[in-house]
Design a protein around this ligand. Structure first.
Ligand SMILES: N[C@@H](CCC(=O)N[C@@H](CS)C(=O)NCC(=O)O)C(=O)O
Length: 212
């Protein structure tokens, strides 16, 4: 498998975690978002969505990280990312999709660039935007985790929820968002950051990372 990815892209990071958790072998093919490589003709021919991640298997290129994660779990049954109980599966998806659809989407780079360059918003206004959308989803996530009384992970082992959560918390910390009032999220984050699948997926360890 070949994973087209950018080291700091949160959706690439979530797929690296998912692939590592499932124990699947893959080769990382860096796509340089800083030079807009993803919008070039060559990359668009592979992935018309013109973004990362994209995952190639047997010559077929899959796009959209959540769809890829669901597909990986169906295609490779070992080490499932979702629990076996249907109610538990719902719970994991509810939290993971809240992040993917309501948190990641308004904070995605092209959205922030549009606010800045096309609509002329100041950095202070963009920071307020960023903080607003982080709080709007992280607070209910924390409430769900508190109600459930979860431990180091949502269930016994990390899966889809943690794969989506950790890259978003990485971004939140880069942005210096205050997380201290969210002990459940912080506890899960600490446990994940010590887990080999998450360590190997971290942006700093990727071939295109300046820290590599
Ligand atoms: N819905 C897509 C979003 C992918 C996405 O937002 N990718 C970003 C990096 S995190 C990207 O490639 N941005 C570059 C661009 O849009 O020009 C997914 O989940 O895969």
């Amino acid at each position: 498998m070949r994973l087209y990815a950018y080291y700091r892209s949160s959706t690439s990071y979530r797929l690296r975690i998912a692939l590592n958790l499932k124990g699947l072998d893959y080769e990382v093919v860096p796509v340089d978002l800083r030079s807009n490589e993803q919008r070039g003709e060559d990359f668009r021919a592979l992935n018309p969505f013109a973004g990362v991640p994209a995952l190639e298997l047997n010559g077929k290129v899959h796009a959209q990280s959540m769809a890829i994660m669901e597909w990986l779990d169906e295609r490779f049954a070992d080490r499932p990312l979702l629990p076996s109980d249907v109610e538990d599966r719902f719970h994991a998806r509810e939290l993971a999709y809240a992040i993917a659809t309501e948190l990641h989407a308004p904070l995605n780079l092209p959205v922030l660039q549009y606010l800045k360059h096309e609509l002329g918003h100041s950095q202070t206004e963009i920071d307020a935007w960023y903080s607003n959308w982080l709080a709007k989803t992280l607070e209910p996530l924390e409430a769900r985790l508190a109600a459930r009384g979860s431990g180091d992970f949502l269930f016994n082992a990390p899966g889809m929820f943690e794969a989506v959560l950790i890259p978003q918390l990485y971004n939140a910390r880069r942005f210096a968002f205050e997380l201290s009032a969210m002990p459940h999220l912080c506890r899960i984050e600490s446990a994940c950051l010590a887990h080999p699948a998450f360590i190997a997926a971290h942006p700093d360890t990727q071939p295109d990372s300046p820290k590599h």
